[in-house]
Design a protein around this ligand. Structure first.
Ligand code: 9MJ
Length: 674
């Protein structure tokens, strides 16, 4: 090799090490040292070097994740040690019984220490490393033999192609779970739906379907991640004598291990861990379906041994299922505040995600057709977190006879007006406007809601009475009518005493002092949520300027697309709406004038890093709002960061901010910046 060649070879080796190091900081420690752009620059430099000198390419180079051509089929792999499954516990009593069995068998006097892990809902995977190099990835299969999926496993960036450090056994089989994060799953599904391709029912199926692809390019394009939870086979080497220490060792070797892993003591410690993780379940970026407890002392594990297909030293304590089957008894169409008809599934009541559910959304007619949902079907219902329960799939095998396809009603079920569904649009709407009591109720409820005009005490029950009965023989027609209500009139309503009526009148009065963004949001213009309302208010500064804006002026507002612009324009060109707005102003509804920015965004050129849990929004929402205001959100703190936003339980990023002297905002600080 000539001198230049040697220099290139040395640089390529250096870049590979650097990239591996930064992968470790990013994926394993979740604490990146450099911004993404710098990482990308190194990556591209290595790619260019390898392109120029193909002999510099190594099998374990970070650029070589997507190997050659698609495989022809899957080879069977015999596991070096069986991959066992886990016994399940569903109740606290079953957990206590597990702990008792362990202690009885071991004749233990003292409480047992357990390694406590979250139970990821993905695909179990075996990774074989020889001399520190990843040589094989295989699915669990039946536990004895699985399928070789090395070509796909190599594309998972959180799986190291080469282990860090030294001292690893000559052959080492690492076991863990490959999963798809919730956000990546949602994006993948919408990408698939856009193309008219079949979508996946849940992240677990998406991960499984991806690993079973023959072409590694497909897997590389999908967001798979990995957490290790143990070691299977190993040869020529020594491992620590505690499961928790083995996991810590894996982490040192560059393997990603869940940061939620802990050591707990006795059944009580296990129960506390379960409770804690159940509480965090919905906030985690990936799905877990329970927790796993493993006797931490490896020698004791060996004493306990196995029964048939599961170890005696471990148990999975399952969370309430988030997906169950039930029967679809009927479909009703609900009318929302903009008249949109939403098909709602009436279900045989079923316990799912910790509560009994008897209604679930079917989204729209397209979804009903795509899923081929018919009354009488057995369906899979999903309820995860605070999200509205939804029907995700029909169990076709359980369909009886040939039920009729669902049809969109021609008339609004609430007011009998025509239902219209413009060509090419997904949403069908009632054309009744404020004639329709369902639309009126929803409009009023929205108008009075906390994030809109914030009229405390004017909830769904009161609105329903106002719309259905009217007051003194007069209809409550639109939001302006609320401001004419007197305490005497309100006191006529059911379950409304004199005191509550007075409180409500006071709340209505207070709501007159508002802000333009709140007022715009409260009007309920289709497609105008809080963020868009704020953007419009800032851009135009006052309501009259906004009302006078032409479609092209609206489209010129950052983040306002043609659809939103059209909705806003149409809203302010309907007499009915203009009358309501004039009446509201007449009643004294007012707001301070905003300083119009005419386009400049409040957070332009500012970089934010988010850490910890925020109260009023998820991190994802915060990111969207910062971006809508022109700011940027990055994953790592550097001296170029303007603000670190720290919620509850902030991570190492807060420390980093303090070290670098970067300004730290709490949640209310962020809100005022926004
Ligand atoms: C999951 N799915 O997260 C095990 N698992 O241990 C964890 N699965 C397991 N451990 C032995 N955390 C067999 C399976």
């Amino acid at each position: 090799m000539n001198a230049v060649g040697k220099k290139d070879a040395a640089r390529a080796a250096e870049l590979r090490e650097l990239i591996r190091h930064h992968n470790y900081r990013y994926y394993v420690l979740d604490d990146p040292e450099i911004p993404d752009v710098e990482y990308d620059r190194m990556f591209r430099e290595l790619e260019a070097l390898e392109e120029a000198h193909p002999d510099l390419r190594t099998e374990d180079s970070p650029t070589q994740r997507v190997g050659g051509a698609p495989v022809e089929g899957f080879k069977e792999v015999r596991h070096l040690r069986p991959m066992l499954s886990l016994d399940n516990a569903f109740t606290a009593d079953e957990l206590v019984a597990f702990d008792r069995r362990v202690r009885d068998r071991l004749k233990a006097e003292e409480a047992i220490e357990y390694a406590a892990e979250t139970k990821l809902d993905g695909m179990a995977i075996s990774l074989l490393y020889e001399g520190g190099q990843l040589v094989r990835g295989a699915t669990r299969g039946d536990g004895q033999t699985g399928e070789e999926v090395t070509h796909n496993v190599r594309t998972v960036e959180s799986i190291p192609l080469k282990l860090r450090g030294r001292g690893h056994p000559a052959r080492l089989e690492i076991r863990g779970e490959i999963y798809m994060p919730k956000a990546g799953f949602a994006q993948l599904n919408s990408r698939l739906a856009e193309r008219g391709a079949k979508t996946f029912v849940n992240p677990r199926n998406a991960a499984a379907g991806t690993l079973r692809q023959l072409d590694p390019k497909v897997a590389a394009s999908r967001p798979l991640e990995f957490f290790a939870y143990g070691v299977g086979f190993f040869e020529d080497g020594v491992l620590p004598t505690r499961h928790s220490e083995i996991l810590a060792m894996l982490r040192d070797w560059g393997v990603r291990v869940s940061p939620l892993t802990q050591v707990v003591t006795g059944a009580e410690g296990c129960q506390a861990y379960y409770d804690e993780m159940l509480g965090q379940r919905d906030d985690l970026p990936y799905e877990i379906d329970g927790v796993v407890f493993k006797v931490d002392n490896v020698e004791l594990q060996q004493d306990l041994g196995f029964v048939s297909r599961a170890p005696r030293w471990a148990v999975a304590f399952k969370f309430p299922a988030q997906e169950v089957t039930t029967v679809l008894n009927g479909i009703d169409f609900q009318v929302g505040r903009t008249g949109a008809l939403t098909p709602v599934a009436r279900l045989e009541p079923v316990f799912v995600g910790g509560v009994t559910v008897s209604n679930a959304t079917l989204h729209n007619m397209d979804e009903i057709e795509r899923k081929d949902v018919r009354v009488g079907d057995t369906v899979i219902v999903r309820r995860a977190g605070d999200v509205i329960p939804e029907v995700v799939k029909v169990v076709q095998e359980r369909r009886h006879g040939n039920p009729e396809p669902v049809r969109l009603p021609k008339k609004c079920p609430a007011c009998g007006s025509d239902v219209v569904r413009p060509e090419g649009q997904v949403v069908a709407r009632c054309s009744g406007g404020l004639v329709c009591p369902a639309q009126r109720k929803e409009k009023l409820r929205h108008f009075a809601s906390r994030r809109a005009m914030d009229i405390e005490g004017l909830g769904a029950k009161i609105v329903e009475q106002l719309v259905e009965q009217g007051i003194d023989g007069r209809e409550i027609h639109d939001p302006a009518d609320i401001y004419a209500l007197t305490a005497d009139q309100l006191a006529q309503l059911e379950r409304m005493g004199e005191k509550s009526a007075n409180n409500l009148v006071a709340a209505i009065e207070r709501s007159k002092n508002t802000t333009l963004p709140r007022f715009l949001y409260a009007l309920g213009i289709p497609e105008v949520g809080e963020v868009t309302a704020a953007v419009l208010a800032r851009h135009f500064g006052d309501l009259d300027a906004l009302m006078a804006a032409e479609v092209n002026q609206l489209e010129a507002v950052p983040d306002v697309g043609p659809v939103v612009a059209q909705h806003v324009y149409e809203f302010f060109h309907q007499d009915e709406n203009l009358k309501v707005i004039a009446a509201l102003r007449e009643h004294g509804v007012s707001w301070p004038t905003e300083v119009p920015t005419g386009g400049a965004k409040p957070l332009s050129n500012m970089t934010f890093v988010l850490t910890g849990t925020l109260e009023s929004m998820t991190r994802d929402e915060a990111k969207k709002r910062i971006e809508a205001a022109g700011g940027k959100v990055t994953g790592s703190v550097s001296k170029n960061t303007n603000y670190v936003v720290a919620g509850a339980d902030p991570g190492s990023k807060l420390k980093k901010a303090e070290e670098l002297g970067v300004a730290v905002l709490d949640e209310s600080g962020l809100l005022s910046q926004l």
